[in-house]
Each structure stands twice: as C-alpha cells, then as structure tokens.
Ligand binder design. Structure first.
Ligand code: ASN
Length: 345
C-alpha cells in the first residue's frame, strides 16, 4: 500500500508542500453531526462591474434554493441539481438560458452531476433546446445504462424522458448574440485574437450532516467555439467530481487546460494522499496550472468533513454558500460577505 501511494505521488509529481496536519479522521458517516452546506459558483473570469449586482443576486439565490432543497429532501444530489437549475434559469450565467454561442450562432451545452456516496455520475454534452442540462445529466445517471451521452443520443433521452424541447433559439439572449458578433469582428481583424473565456459556467457542491457529498457543473462552454467542442465541465476528474471519502469539486475556467491538467482529481489526490486541506490543495493545483499553461481557472470544493475550498486564478469568480442561517458570498479575492437568512419553512 505504501509503495503504491509513493508511486502514485511520483507519477502525479505532487510536491510535498503541504504539512501533514492530521491523520485521516474516522468516517463522518458514523457521526451524523456535520453542518450541511451548499456552495455554488457562477463562473471564473473577468466579470464586468456592470454585471456584478445581477450576478450577486443570482448566486445567492442559487445557494439558498439548493440549501432549501437539502433541508426538504435530505439529498445532496437534489441540492446540487436544484442550485444549478436556479443558475441555468438565470441569464446572468453561461448555462441554460444565457449560454454563450458557438461560431455558428447555436447553443451547445455540457453538464455533469456526481454523487459521492455511490460514486455514481451522469454527464451530457452538445445538448440543445432544453432548459436544464443538469437534470438531463442526472437522467443519464438514473435512467440509462450509460454514464455519458452526447448530441443526438442525449437529445433522444431528453425526448423519451419527457423534457420540454424548446423552439430553436429560445435559449439565445441578445447579450449572447452581441458578444458573438463582437468577437467575430475582433477575430476578423486579427486571426490571433485569443478565444475569450466568458465567465458564467455554474456549479455546486454540497454536504449533508452524514458527510455525503455531491457535485454538479453546467455550462454553455466557450464563446465562438467550434460546433462539437466539449469542455472540462462534463469530464469527471477534470471539471466535476465527488467521492464521500475525500470531497466534491466543481471547476470553471479554461476548459482545454482544466481537462489536460485533470484539475479536480489532482486537488482531491493532494487532500487524500498529502493531508492538505482542500483550500491548500486548490491553491497549489491552480497556481501550478496557471504557471505551466498560462491559463486560469477557479474551483469550489468541500471535503468530507465539511471544510471548504474556494479559489481562483482569474480576476473574479462569483460564489456563495449557505450553512445554517449564514449566507456567505464573494466575487473578488478576499471577499466574504456574511448575511443571516431565515427560511420560512
Ligand atoms: N467559463 C467556463 O468555465 C468554461 C468551461 N470551463 C468550458 O471550458 O467549457
């Protein structure tokens, strides 16, 4: 066992930067005394000041609606799905309604959901004309014999499971159309114009009182992407992951890099094998990724004891979480605004 861990660390080339703080605790599954938390993000990137107020409202609403769902059904999977649905409905975010457009002016969405208890997962890519790709991802997990469906096959499942298929262009907002037009103008002026990563991918992680965790991520991808392009969000171990023995993660940022660097797996490996806190692990992996690839990203994460990791190498990332009556939120490094909220239920 020792040998194989050493070997794994060598293969991953994990530097021993994190202190060994504690032995792994007994499974929290036996205690049932953790404080449930739902933590969400609304994408990492350069967020315009003008968009901040709307994003703040949407991100806090999503954390609260996921938390309420957790209280009602006790299911972390329901909680992350509900939080992400709330963000998919909100045009401030690049997921569901408000998704960015492909070079052809169409919407193609990716999503994944993962349950840390059974390590069950569902993923979809190249999904069109449905409001909630995250629910379709869950459907893949629960209703199909596969774990990942893309394109026509995913749409066929959506139809057979009774999803509303919206008229073409129903998910396209004026802002998304204008951003694509502007990008095409810039790109025509200079071939080298870098593909922008519009923030707004959304994600959620949650933990219940027993230490069960789940993760979910949903996105329209990158603006002006080629049709058929798939990002990191639906790839398990890159943009999304959950394992009750370690924790749950949702990532956002430059998908082509996050998938190559296997961001979620690397962070969880540091927590599991190096006794890093999830925050230390997130900082280390994202800083290394940014150094090596010159590309940026952000993550939200929760470990199996309910410790949080929130970190980004982009200028901003919107996030919020509810824990009991406390609603925490932020958008810039160092932010942590705390409000007390009371749910009527
Ligand atoms: N804004 C994002 O987070 C984009 C997403 N990671 C993708 O590459 O599809």
């Amino acid at each position: 066992m020792r040998l194989s861990l050493r070997l794994l660390n060598k293969i991953l080339q994990i530097p021993n930067l994190c202190k060994r703080t504690a032995q792994r605790k007994e499974s929290s599954l036996s205690t049932g005394r953790l404080q449930p938390i739902v933590l969400v993000h609304g994408g990492a990137g350069s967020i315009d000041d003008a968009k901040v107020p709307g994003i703040k409202i949407g991100i806090k609403r999503a954390a609260r609606s996921g938390y309420k769902q957790l209280q009602q059904t006790g299911s972390v999977l329901d909680a992350v799905e509900q939080a992400v649905k709330s963000l998919e409905d909100d045009s401030h975010f690049n997921a569901g309604y408000g998704s960015v457009l492909t070079w052809e002016g169409t919407v193609e969405m990716d999503a994944a959901i993962m349950d840390g208890t059974e390590m069950e997962a569902g993923c979809v890519s190249l999904v069109r004309d449905i409001k909630h790709p995250i629910t379709l991802a869950r459907c893949v997990m629960e209703k199909s014999r596969h774990r990942y469906l893309a394109g026509d096959g995913a749409m066929q499942l959506a139809r057979s499971e009774g999803f509303d298929i919206l008229p073409k262009a129903a998910l396209i907002t004026e802002i998304a159309q204008k951003s694509l037009n502007d990008y095409k103008v810039r790109r025509n002026k200079s071939e080298n114009c870098k593909l922008p990563i519009p923030p707004g991918t959304v994600g959620a992680v949650a933990i219940d009182a027993f230490g069960n965790v789940a993760a979910a991520t949903s996105t329209g991808g990158t603006m002006g992407k080629l049709p058929g392009r798939i990002g990191d969000s639906p790839l398990l171990g890159a943009g999304t992951y959950a394992d009750n023995e370690i924790g749950a993660i949702s990532a956002t940022g430059h998908g082509e890099t996050i998938m190559r660097y296997n961001v979620a797996s690397r962070i969880l490996a540091l927590v599991q094998h190096k006794n890093c806190t999830i925050q230390q692990a997130a900082e280390q992996v994202l800083q290394q990724m940014t150094l090596r690839f010159k590309e940026t990203a952000g993550i939200i994460a929760i470990d199996h004891r309910g410790q949080l990791g929130i970190y980004f190498t982009t200028p901003r990332m919107s996030w919020a979480y509810q824990k009991g009556e406390e609603l925490h939120s932020g958008i810039q490094a160092g932010d942590n605004q705390i409000e007390v909220v009371c749910d009527e239920s």
